[in-house]
Design a protein around this ligand. Structure first.
Ligand code: OXD
Ligand code: MN
Length: 591
């Protein structure tokens, strides 16, 4: 290895050192950079990224501490077809995951990784998923040849010495290896080895494919660990609702990718809700475990937000607008001549001219969007004016309600509550949503997305439902379960519900149900609000008639819905818990 300058390791953990050594021999980087998470390190790496053209420094007067990145146009979203769960048997991964035997996949990947970092630096990123000191917190180490990944990971997770301190001399850490290689979709693979707590990602340089703490560790590997260890790793936001009297109620909500989790997690109650406050604990991932009091306690394993940019404005999410005004990395939005950024749906006028996400000149007459629909911000959660102080609490927060929801133009009412936990699991398991730009695929089509985990469950989905059912037995006081749909439309295609801040009204009903303060009416789907107990006051143009429309349960739509659930049930028949089959029968009987 002549000409190779290998950096000095900054950990005494021999397992880490040995593993990094092995991966170095495989990938053959010119240099190793052991990240410590310091501010000085951030400055050095940022300057290097700017010098190499990987980041563009944005207008620092308008956007202090903000930078801009363009990904390869062939690499703009998670790629589910390249994502694998590598377990000994196909059944362990289940019919909803791509599967490959570990041995074969290791062989194939090690060939691709061989010399993949020649001429490059390998960065060693030690990171924590979860607050230091929490029993739920996990350590990961990501090796990557992308400086953009390092700078994004330091926003999204707690990186550096804090992770080595948590790890001590233990060997219990997630091994994540990432190389961009030549960013070629034909050589793009994101592979998970749950039995080895290992992730190998190659050929991509963007988002959930490469920020390995997020989807790969916190959800795919996390869900497999959670099942083994008796906790839950979920694709959920966590928020706290504080009443004017100071009562705090925490809820977790699972919506599919790009269906407004970040907006809901940062909701600002409308003027009508004077004295109420929403606190964000997390916007994407929730790890929960029963506490000594029999309730489920949740932490947000992340330290930042990786949110979809288009549509973010002071109506849809005023707190996000503030959060992304500094110290943010923007990817694939449009670039204005003065070094500011722009996207479809941003506050203010449409620019006369800018560079689009590919770097081409764009004007309002251009046919294509200026910002890619899956363009993203990576922003530290500490920028969020509504960040819950409990986001750093190792104990987590007690969850009173779990909310499921999708993007559905028809069929699904605004709100209903499941009859009990098992019914709630059925409601979550049969969740459907129109597909969005967060993943490559059929935009707009309704697909079943159980618990919003379809792309993220690291084992057999039927066993995952069984794990949910088991959690009821492990928690004496489980949360109530609800289903919402902010996106129902009328025959003309207009949204039936105003959404955004007004979702507070739905949340208020949920909170009141959790505290036993409101009654409800039984419907075929579950408990629904009594009109007189659902707050419709001061809601322009929306009264009882509109409420009836948005809550309507239409027999013909539900017949179709149940038939379309059949596909999922057939797909999972080998492992589907019988409780869910019974719930389906009961629903048919009630309709
Ligand atoms: C995300 C996603 O990036 O769900 O959070 O795709
Ligand atoms: Mn997500």
């Amino acid at each position: 290895m002549s000409n190779v300058t290998l950096g000095k390791s900054n950990t005494k953990n021999q397992t880490v050192i040995t593993w990094v050594d092995e991966m170095t021999k495989l990938c053959k980087p010119d240099r190793i950079f052991w990240c410590d998470g310091s501010v000085a390190e951030k400055e050095t790496l940022t300057a290097e990224a700017v010098e190499k053209g990987i980041l563009i420094k944005l207008n620092q007067e308008k956007l202090p501490g903000c930078y801009y990145h363009r990904s390869n146009p062939n690499d703009v979203a998670r790629v589910e077809q390249c994502t694998y769960i590598c377990t000994e048997s196909k059944e362990e991964a289940g019919p909803t995951n791509n599967w490959a035997p570990p041995k074969e996949m290791y062989q194939k990947l090690y060939q691709l990784f061989d010399s993949s970092m020649k001429g490059r630096t390998m960065y060693v990123i030690p990171y924590l998923m979860g607050p230091p000191g929490s029993p739920l917190t996990k350590v990961g180490i990501e090796l990557t040849d992308s400086i953009y990944v390092v700078l994004s990971m330091r926003i999204m997770a707690r990186i550096g010495n804090v992770a080595y301190e948590h790890l001590g001399q233990n060997n219990d850490f997630n091994r994540g290896l990432h190389s961009m290689l030549d960013v070629n979709p034909d050589r793009r693979l994101i592979c998970h080895f749950p039995q080895d707590n290992t992730i190998l990602s190659i050929g991509s340089a963007y988002g959930g494919n490469v920020l390995l703490g997020k989807k790969c560790l916190a959800l795919r590997i996390g869900s497999a660990l959670a099942r083994k260890e008796g906790w839950m790793a979920e694709h959920m936001l966590i928020l706290g609702v504080e009443s004017p009297a100071g009562e705090k109620t925490y809820v977790a909500a699972a919506f599919p990718s790009a269906c407004g989790k970040t907006n809901f997690a940062m909701l600002i109650p409308p003027a009508h809700y004077k004295g109420w406050k929403i606190w964000t604990v997390g916007d994407d991932i929730c790890w929960m475990k029963p506490g000594a009091d029999g309730r489920l306690y949740a932490i947000n394993p992340e330290a930042g937000y990786f949110g979809v940019v288009p549509g973010t404005n002071s109506k849809s999410n005023p707190n996000a607008v503030k959060t992304i005004a500094r110290d943010t990395v923007y990817t694939n939005v449009a670039l204005l001549p003065d070094g500011d950024v722009w996207w479809e749906g941003k506050d203010g006028p449409i620019p006369k001219e800018c560079l689009d996400w590919k770097g081409n000149k764009w004007t309002p007459d251009s046919k294509e969007k200026a910002a890619h629909p899956n363009s993203r911000f990576a922003a530290p959660m500490t920028n969020n004016p509504a960040l819950a102080p409990e986001a750093n609490d190792p104990k987590g927060v007690p969850i009173s309600a779990i909310i499921f929801g999708g993007r559905r133009a028809s069929t699904m009412p605004l709100i209903f509550e499941a009859f009990d936990w098992i019914h709630g699991v059925y409601v979550g398991a049969t969740m459907g949503s129109e597909m969005t730009a967060a993943a490559v695929g059929g935009l707009g089509q309704v697909r079943r997305d159980p618990m919003a985990m379809l792309p993220f469950c690291g084992y057999n989905m039927g066993d995952y439902f069984r794990h949910w059912l088991r959690m009821r037995k492990l928690s004496q006081h489980p949360p109530r379960i609800f289903h919402v749909n902010w996106f129902r439309k009328d025959e003309q295609g207009n949204f039936l519900w105003p959404g955004f801040g007004e979702n507070m009204r739905v949340l208020k009903w949920i909170v009141d149900r959790c505290h036993g303060r409101v009654a409800a009416t039984e419907s075929p789907l579950g408990w629904v609000p009594r009109m007189e107990e659902f707050d419709l006051a001061n809601l322009d143009g929306f009264g009882p008639e509109q409420f009836s429309k948005v809550q309507a349960i239409k027999a013909d739509e539900w017949k179709q819905e149940i038939v379309s659930q059949e596909e999922l049930f057939i797909n999972l028949h080998a492992t589907l818990p019988k409780e869910l089959i019974f719930e389906r029968e009961l629903l048919i009987a009630r309709l």
